[in-house]
Design a protein around this ligand. Structure first.
Ligand code: GLY
Ligand code: MN
Ligand code: MN
Length: 466
């Protein structure tokens, strides 16, 4: 068994998460008593249909239970440090279709909780806790995530405004088990990226590349995608969240294969996400222009990953990526002027319009980043994480350079900015579309661990694509 498998053979540390959330509630001035009440996502039917909608577990519930079952509930008695999970009982009407549900014994074996009961016992348990003395304290729950039938009788009050935010902030720092889950999602996704690049050789449409990616994830244990895959050939790569994934790989008129493909895709493994972007040439050899841009983006990524460690200011890392982009684009002659002037005038935003990365965890764009989308500074407006990175956080590092006419046009039209861009040189680069390289990095006290193993060196990617 690898060390990764042996960590994951243990239980998801739900009890430790419940304690950390309670500590943070206390640190926010809410005392050390009361209960945390959470509900799983319900089974929901598709409108006008008797099929269930695709199920996605509620993250706050999973964080404190490790339980993927729908229609379940959780109570953490803070004062007594007791975690109780409530799972659905046998519904004889349903057994014929779905088989027997998970038993209480099995749930106790699988999940890191102190007690497992059936869901009809939620209200009696709440009443017992209230009459046991905790009733003089608060029931913390999440607004909009409380079933009509749940009764908090006997509690001093119900607070539905703080718990969600407290859990979201607690989730920023990952423990060893969560990092292992993220690594596993990355390992599966690395296999899928390799399979997708290889599949491009015989493919005629973006769809076939996407199919190879998803099939490989499922075959390796990643049944769900962390987000809709982006498979973008040629100029489609200039659209950051392109999602059509159904374009032909050859130009319909010239029949020439497009230069490259950008895949931004990652598996979800037990609710934890990978978020990886790779770019590879169709036919095995990057065009000169694609290779030049690829090298700049790789340099942006290498230098910014090297800056990572506990306490680094994320805005500084993002700004450094812009400086590397500016130097690279000056070197190619696409930009002109001095590095500082181009930086101060925010000209590189025309080519690198998004933030360098975001926290990653149970959500692809994970919680706790405190973005400021109202920022008037175009360089930082879309940065999904602001401030210093704590040890234990996991963040994506995803610089990119894009040749998107819609975004670059205003810079070319304005006399304030068009002097900085050489349109003649730029003309050669539209066909590159976009290059983004995205890895998932665990921030540590003295540095970082890159969790992403998918190949990205030009030579490796070219070999896989030929
Ligand atoms: N895959 C979405 C992103 O990279 O943010
Ligand atoms: Mn990302
Ligand atoms: Mn991505």
């Amino acid at each position: 068994m690898t060390s990764l498998d042996s960590i994951l053979a243990g239980k998801y540390p739900a009890k430790a998460h419940a304690r950390r959330v309670a500590e943070r509630l206390e640190a926010c001035g809410h005392g050390r008593h009361g209960i945390i009440y959470l509900e799983a996502q319900k089974t929901r039917l598709i409108e006008d249909n008797d099929e269930a909608m695709p199920f996605r577990q509620r993250r706050p519930f999973f964080y404190l239970s490790g339980c993927p079952l729908p229609d379940s509930y959780l109570i953490y008695n803070i004062g007594a440090d007791k975690l109780t999970l409530f799972i659905p009982p046998i519904d004889p009407e349903d057994v014929i279709w779905s088989g027997l549900p998970m038993s209480v014994t099995e749930a106790l074996r699988l999940y890191d909780v102190d007690q497992v009961l059936h869901t009809p016992e939620v209200n009696a348990t709440l009443a017992a806790i209230a009459s046991d003395g905790e009733g003089k304290s608060v029931a913390f729950a999440i607004e909009g995530q409380i079933s009509e039938g749940t009764k908090f009788h006997g509690f001093l009050k119900t607070n539905t405004s703080v718990l969600k935010g407290v859990i979201e902030d607690t989730r920023v720092v990952k423990d060893m088990y969560e990092v292992a889950l993220l690594r596993k999602a990355n390992d599966i996704s690395a296999k899928a990226h390799i399979a997708a690049i290889k599949a491009s050789k015989a493919a005629t449409n973006e769809r076939e590349i996407e199919a190879a990616f998803i099939a490989t994830c499922i075959a390796n244990g990643g049944r769900d995608q962390a987000y809709h895959p982006i498979v973008a050939c040629g100029q489609n790569g200039a659209t950051l969240h392109y999602g059509r994934n159904d374009d032909g790989l050859a130009d319909p008129v010239t029949k020439q294969r497009k230069s490259s493909v950008l895949i931004d895709a990652g598996a979800e493994y037990r609710t934890y996400c990978a978020d990886i972007t790779r770019v590879f040439p169709l036919g095995g050899k990057f065009t000169l222009e694609s290779q030049q841009i690829y090298n700049i983006v790789l340099q942006m990524q290498t230098e910014t990953i090297a800056m990572l460690k506990e306490g680094v200011q994320w805005e500084d890392v993002h700004a450094h990526a812009h400086r590397v982009a500016i130097k690279g684009l000056l070197g190619l002659g696409i930009l002109r002027g001095s590095e500082d002037e181009l930086f101060d005038k925010r000209i590189s935003v025309a080519f690198f319009p998004h933030g360098l990365g975001h926290y990653l965890g149970m959500d692809t764009h994970d919680t706790g980043g405190n973005p400021n989308y109202a920022d008037k500074d175009t360089m930082f407006k879309y940065l999904r994480v602001r401030g210093r990175l704590p040890a234990g956080s996991v963040i994506t590092v995803e610089p990119g350079i894009y040749f998107c006419r819609f975004i670059i046009a205003p810079f070319l039209e304005s006399p304030e900015t068009n002097k900085y861009i050489d349109t003649e040189v730029l003309e050669k680069y539209w066909s590159v579309g976009g290059v983004r390289i995205e890895d998932n990095v665990h921030v540590t006290q003295h540095g970082y661990e890159n969790l992403t193993t998918a190949p990205k060196a030009i030579e490796e990617v070219e070999v896989l694509a030929s």
